[in-house]
Write a protein that binds this ligand. Structure first.
Ligand SMILES: *Cc1c(COP(=O)(O)O)cnc(C)c1O
Length: 394
């Protein structure tokens, strides 16, 4: 199999897997237990916290372990909203192409009386900081903008947006799930108050992640119960998963530069090859994008059919995000950058890492070319486009 769906999830690193097994086997004590065996688990947990904090440029106490990216997003947004409500500030600014772990929380908050402004995303897949600033109001309690988009891979001007928020005294959250471990992300260098991350997107295990919450910024728990995570996240800690996440993050940080360079070279090879297909378009800015993201729209085909036929050839890719596949609605991200429905339906996302070989990249290119031509061969939509009955858009 050629795996080209790293934005959905990644393969666990060997070192992370070994750590996980070893902690499960040797250190199954509860970190809250007072005897030495439990305290050893507590040490493992705190060592992992220090590692994560060091990589991120944070302080240990600013890291809260969670059950993954979705939970971190929920907690940051819900906490900021609850504190905003106390002060009579019930307006939140975000963007139209956030992950559903952000958008669906905002929808829920709207039902609870909040007002939400979604700033436009331009056709290059980038948010404009000045438009975020223009959306701010006296009663804005939070701005939440993702670091890098999971479908089209565009990397947002987080520093500029953060600086605006800081100047205006508004809390700023960024969903950095796609960015962390792939491009440089340091909170000692960026004006962010909350940052969400998920281990399985950087070769760690599934079901574990963390939330960074800047010191001095109050964070309310989403899950109440015991006093774990200093009262900010109840429940017995996933010690093995957390230790493995720290190992995976450390590894990703150590190899970041070389991996990003190699991955970007393969990405650009894929982009060059696929661009030869008639009536297609790259989604998102070619420069401000993740090293591993390739996203295209092809006229006259259905992304789902393309995926299934690629699967038959042993290629695992995606159309839209994993969360929306299975539904017939086109991706909200592609609609947000201005793709019309028909074009948005014909999308393909390849998300690769540095282990892909050039031969595999070339195999992907030739397979996509063949499958797109095959599907267009019996597509009535394509026939109308080719006969001039409907005009080409791409
Ligand atoms: C995967 C992803 C999430 C969700 O993370 P989980 O750990 O799967 O809950 C949130 N945001 C973005 C941008 C993602 O890519």
């Amino acid at each position: 199999m050629i795996y080209a769906d790293n934005a959905a999830t990644t393969r666990m690193s060997e070192a992370a897997m070994q750590t996980m097994i070893s902690v499960m086997r040797e250190n199954y004590g509860n970190p809250s237990s007072l005897y030495a065996f439990g305290q050893r688990s507590k040490e493992i947990l705190e060592e992992a916290r220090e590692t994560v904090a060091r990589v991120l440029g944070a302080r240990s106490r600013e890291i809260i372990f969670t059950g993954g990216g979705s939970e971190s997003d929920n907690q940051a947004i819900r906490s900021a909203a609850a504190l905003g409500r106390e002060k009579g500030k019930m307006h939140i600014v975000s963007t139209a192409f956030e992950h559903h772990a952000v958008l669906h929380v905002l929808e829920r908050l709207k039902k609870e009386g909040f007002e939400v402004t979604l700033v436009d995303v331009h056709s290059d897949g980038l948010v404009r900081p000045e438009e975020v600033e223009a959306a701010l109001r006296e009663d804005t309690c939070l701005v939440t903008v993702m670091f890098a988009n999971n479908e089209i891979g565009t990397v947002q001007p987080i520093r500029e947006i953060g600086e605006i928020c800081r100047r205006r005294g508004v809390l700023f959250h960024t969903d950095a799930v796609q960015a962390l471990g792939h491009i440089p992300v340091r909170v000692d260098d960026l004006p962010v108050d909350f940052l969400s991350a998920s281990a399985h997107k950087f070769h760690g295990p599934k079901g574990v992640g963390f939330l960074y919450a800047r010191q001095g910024v109050r964070l309310l728990p989403l899950i109440e119960g015991g006093a774990q995570e200093r009262g900010r996240r109840a429940g017995t800690e996933n010690t093995a998963g957390i230790a493995a996440m720290a190992v995976a993050l450390q590894e990703a940080a150590e190899h970041l530069g070389e991996r990003a360079e190699k991955t970007a070279r393969l990405r650009d090879r894929l982009i060059r090859g696929l661009s030869e297909i008639p009536h297609c378009a790259l989604n998102g800015d070619p420069v401000h994008r993740l090293p591993g993201n390739v996203s295209f729209c092809f006229e006259g085909i259905e992304g789902e059919s393309l995926l299934l036929l690629l699967d038959d050839r042993g290629i695992a890719a995606s159309s839209g995000s994993a969360c929306t596949s299975g539904s017939l609605d086109p991706s909200h991200v592609l609609l947000a950058i201005g793709r019309v429905h028909d074009v948005a339906h014909g999308s393909l996302r390849l998300s690769i890492d540095e282990t892909l070989t050039e031969e595999e990249a070339d195999e992907i290119i030739s397979s996509v070319k063949e499958v797109v031509a095959y599907l267009r061969g019996f597509s009535p939509v394509w026939r109308d486009l080719e006969s001039g009955k409907t005009p080409h858009i791409l």
